[in-house]
Design a protein around this ligand. Structure first.
Ligand code: TYD
Ligand code: MG
Length: 453
């Protein structure tokens, strides 16, 4: 009998070492190396042979059938996947506990299997009764949906091969374990072996597979980093505590664009899709308050109007506070520095708080102008026209630079009843045909200030 080899594996990043170390040399985390016994030969998929050897073929001779996508009919969900679910694709979905991953996937497979092919939902965390109770809550009605409460990889594979579902959900990958390696469920080794077996089964049989992944304290998907490389699509399901909005975000997608988002609202009876997020994000906006500015931000292919709120107050601290929720702190520091230098404003004795309403985050430079205007509006306590939106990247010299997709942004603002749009002069010239909203092109902060303050 082969002697079990022992290795030490970092539970944070998957680094392996033949001897124990106090600190992982790869990710620098302390006390993260755990002893794992290796019995399976490295590189051997748990579910057996890898099939006959194949020879390379010319790229024009390769046939693709990725156009046959399974659509759930839940628009927000399908769009994030790139227009539906591709056969044999492996999708990893991560998110904080209690955010609604299980609810989302149960609703999705219920919709996919309704009048469609059979789907299998495997839960390692809940019993079949618990899944059924959740199903009742979201009034799920699909006779083609099978549920299984199981944590053993071998038994899951056996059932999948017997049932031959079109879609498989494994909730969650951290609860599944294989007897091929002796380490505990949830350890890096187990997660890697189990996911590689499930993914290779997906590729071989064409079963689209969803894997639910737990996230760590820092918000990344727990488990080996290779897990994100192994799958075709990585989705994050996010939301702020205390808000009912949930955002499904694609961070990697081999079959569609990333940065695409789907917006949902968690209700008593499950998740409801929000097809016009701008309206919802702006619904509680105080009209005429200083520091409140609306910006059109691109989320994937879609413009979304969000309200950025700024509050500038006197500081009694040696190091004034800069608190940003939903926008990048270093970007805000840059904008404050530009306002100090170019507009003569002082922030050294001021606390600056910036928040994007509704728990959304915006990361593109096109929101710079909105932040600059909001900060100035709050600092001077002078409200800006509530029916005016701002878009533009602010350069270090105070110039306003052109942004991408200006037309889509302006159109969204027009649709929601905004009357004026302040945008970079460069973009304004490209859109002479737009009459509503009124476009105001600016070249610098100076020109923008002349209009506003
Ligand atoms: P869940 O899908 O179990 O989260 P996850 O799988 O990400 O851990 O969601 C649980 C939360 O959602 C729970 O706090 C209750 C809430 N919820 C509703 O508000 N309405 C519903 O219809 C359902 C099923 C859950
Ligand atoms: Mg769950």
């Amino acid at each position: 009998m082969a002697r079990a080899r022992v290795i030490y594996e970092c539970q944070n990043c998957g680094f392996q070492s033949p001897k124990w170390l106090g600190r992982c040399p790869d990710c620098a985390r302390w006390d993260s190396l755990v002893e794992e016994a290796v019995t399976a030969r490295p590189g051997t998929p748990v579910d057996g042979d890898a099939g006959p050897a194949r020879s390379p073929s010319p790229i024009h001779a390769v046939t693709t059938d990725t156009d046959s996508r399974l659509r759930s009919g839940i628009e927000e969900f399908d769009r994030v996947l790139g227009g539906g679910l591709v056969d044999g694709s492996a999708v990893l979905i991560g998110g904080d506990p209690g955010i609604g991953k299980s609810t989302l996937l149960l609703q999705a497979v219920a919709a996919l299997s309704h009048d469609g092919p059979p789907c299998l939902y495997v839960s390692g965390e809940e019993s079949e009764q618990q899944v059924k109770m959740r199903g009742r809550r979201i009034s799920l009605a699909s006779s083609n949906l099978l549920v299984l409460s199981e944590t053993s990889l071998e038994r899951i594979l056996e059932q999948v091969k017997a049932v031959k579902p079109a879609v498989l959900v494994v909730d969650s990958i951290q609860t599944v374990h294989t007897s091929a390696i002796p380490s505990a469920p949830g350890s890096i080794g187990q997660v890697r072996e189990c996911s590689s077996a499930l993914i290779s089964l997906a590729k071989k049989t064409g079963i689209a597979t969803f894997l639910v992944g737990h996230v760590t304290k820092d918000g990344a998907i727990a488990g080996p980093r290779v897990l994100e490389h192994m799958v075709d699509t990585v989705l994050y399901f996010e939301g702020e505590r205390g808000h009912s909005f949930r955002i499904l975000r694609a961070v990697k997608n081999r079959f569609g664009s990333t940065n695409e988002i789907g917006v949902f609202e968690m209700q008593e009876a499950g998740l409801r899709e929000v097809s016009n997020p701008s309206q919802i994000f702006l619904s509680e906006r105080p009209l005429g308050g200083s520091g409140s500015v609306v910006v059109p931000s691109m989320e994937g292919t879609r413009p979304i109007l969000v309200e950025i709120q700024s509050l500038v107050t006197r500081s009694f601290l040696t190091l004034p506070r800069r608190t940003c929720i939903g926008v990048d702190t270093s970007r805000v520091a840059l904008i404050l520095a530009i306002l100090e230098k170019r507009k003569g404003m002082n922030f050294f004795d001021k606390d600056v708080f910036i928040n994007v309403a509704g728990g959304v985050s915006v990361s593109e430079p096109a929101v710079d102008l909105g932040i600059a205007v909001g900060v100035a509006s709050s600092a001077q306590d002078r409200p800006v026209d509530p029916y005016m939106i701002f878009v533009g990247e602010v350069g270090l010299a105070g110039e306003i630079r052109t942004v991408s997709r200006a037309e889509a942004r302006v159109a969204e603002a027009g649709k929601l009843g905004f009357r004026k749009c302040v945008l970079p002069q460069g973009n304004c010239k490209q859109l002479p045909h737009i009459e509503h909203p009124e476009l105001i092109g600016v070249r610098s902060l100076e020109e923008c200030w002349e209009i506003l303050f």
